[in-house]
Structures are given as C-alpha cells and as structure tokens.
Design a protein around this ligand. Structure first.
Ligand code: ADP
Ligand code: MG
Length: 234
C-alpha cells in the first residue's frame, strides 16, 4: 500500500510554474529516488510536500491530505525533512541541533537520539561540538538526524551528497541503507548524483523542468539508453 501518494502535483512561484502534474507513489519501507539536474524541481517537490510552496493537486500520507495542512502539522503527521542546505544552528552543539527536531516528538527523544547516535557514531563523539566547526559530511548527518528526531513515517532528503567527497557519500549511503533495513523507514531522496541514487533507491523517477520524464527500477534505469545519454553522455 502506498504510504505517500503524490497526485497531479503542480507548484508555482508567482506566475512561474516549477512542477507540472507530477504523480508517483512511495510504498511503505521503500527507498524512492528523484533524479534531475540543477533547476529540475527537486527541492520544489520536497518543499511542496512540506507545504512550503503554492500547489495544486493532492498529496496523501496514510490517506491524510497534506495540502490542506500547515508545515508544523505535516511534520507531526510524520514527514521528516532534511533540506538541501542543512540550515543548522551554527553556534549550537550537535546535540542541541538534534533536539530542535524533537519539538513535536518529545515522548520519543531518548529512543530517537539513540537511533541517530547508532547510525552516525561520529555525532555521539562530537555531541558537544558547534556545528559551525564540523565538516560538510557531518553537518549533513546532523541534518538527517534532526529529521529523524521528528519520529517520521517518511523521511525526505534533498541532495545529501552535494559538495561531499566520494568516501563521505558512501558513508551516508551506508547509513541510509542501514536505517531503511533495520527500522523499515520509508525514504524519498533527491539527487543529481545519478550513480549515488541508483545504488540507494530501488525505484526512481527522472525529473526534468518540472515533469517526470522516466520512471523505473534502479536496474531498468541503469540500462536505459536515454538515461545514459542524458547523464553519462553515452
Ligand atoms: N523561491 C523561488 N522563487 C522563484 N523561482 C524559484 C524559487 N525556487 C526555485 N525556483 C525555480 O523553480 C525551478 C526549480 O527549482 P528547484 O526546485 O530549486 O530545482 P532543483 O532543486 O532541482 O535544483 C527553477 O526554475 C528555479 O529557478
Ligand atoms: Mg535543489
């Protein structure tokens, strides 16, 4: 059964339309990827699910209509968001940044903190460090961790590998795979890094100027000549 259903979603910035009639489902326990170049509409899509843009269409989480709810409500319904620029509080500690995410899920603080620390042991070691002094990879981990502190049913992650070294990308992929396997958490992730997305997600959609142009399993898309031509030039 679909946990998240996006139906005929269009998004607008003033007169400009950035998403056109986007429809896809995310089933419980899946990792679904949205791939697309700069400006394709990846951040707009995730912002729209969070109620941060002007939209038409429908977004259902567990049959609950999200488009009529405000962002705080959407978080409390169970959507966790790690946005593109992590937007951490730079002069607060790692742990305090994580606790900011726990605002709507206070009863589960201990358990969620334990989960984040197990997933990203470096954050436990550095829990008292200001995030301004962390590496880009560690800040990305705090951002994902903060979203986990909201106790989500589905985790949205916007381009986690942007600006990170390949080794750090692999660490993040491993942690997300482990999270999905061990807790069954449903994940919707966007990427321009097609290889990263193909190794992580089982189903993917290719977004181009606000339209979904191609959809399929990682296996099928990896072999698709159109995708290879568009992203790898062969
Ligand atoms: N705040 C905004 N105001 C106006 N246009 C925007 C805004 N944010 C994004 N856009 C436009 O929407 C389109 C999709 O952008 P975005 O969702 O950021 O793409 P991506 O995340 O895939 O790089 C682009 O044409 C971009 O210029
Ligand atoms: Mg973006």
């Amino acid at each position: 059964m679909a946990l998240l259903e996006v139906k005929n979603l269009s998004a607008f910035y003033g007169m400009a339309q950035s998403l056109h009639d986007v429809s896809f489902d995310v089933n419980e326990g899946e990792i679904v990827g949205i791939i697309g170049a700069n400006g394709a509409g990846k951040s707009t899509l995730l912002d729209s699910i969070m109620g941060l843009t002007k939209t038409t269409g429908s977004i259902l989480l567990d049959n609950e209509e999200l488009t009529v709810a405000n962002t705080a409500k959407i978080v409390s319904f169970g959507v966790g968001y790690a946005p593109e620029r992590a937007n951490l509080f730079p002069y607060m500690s790692v742990e305090d940044n994580l606790l900011v995410g726990a605002y709507t899920a206070r009863e589960a603080i201990e358990q969620n903190l334990e989960l984040v620390n197990t997933l990203f042991p470096v954050l436990k070691e550095r829990r008292n460090q200001e995030t301004s002094t962390q590496s880009g990879g560690e800040r990305q981990m705090v951002s994902v961790g903060r979203a986990l502190m909201t106790n989500p049913k589905v985790l949205l992650i916007d381009e986690p590998t942007i600006g990170l070294a390949p080794k750090v990308c692999n660490d993040i992929a491993d942690a997300l795979r482990k999270l999905n396997k061990e807790t069954g958490l449903t994940i919707l992730i966007t990427e321009q890094n097609v290889n990263f997305a193909l190794t992580l997600a089982e189903k993917l959609h290719v977004l181009e100027t606000g339209h979904i142009r191609m959809s399929g399993t990682a296996e099928a898309l990896a072999k698709d000549p159109k995708l290879n031509e568009a992203y790898f030039g062969h």
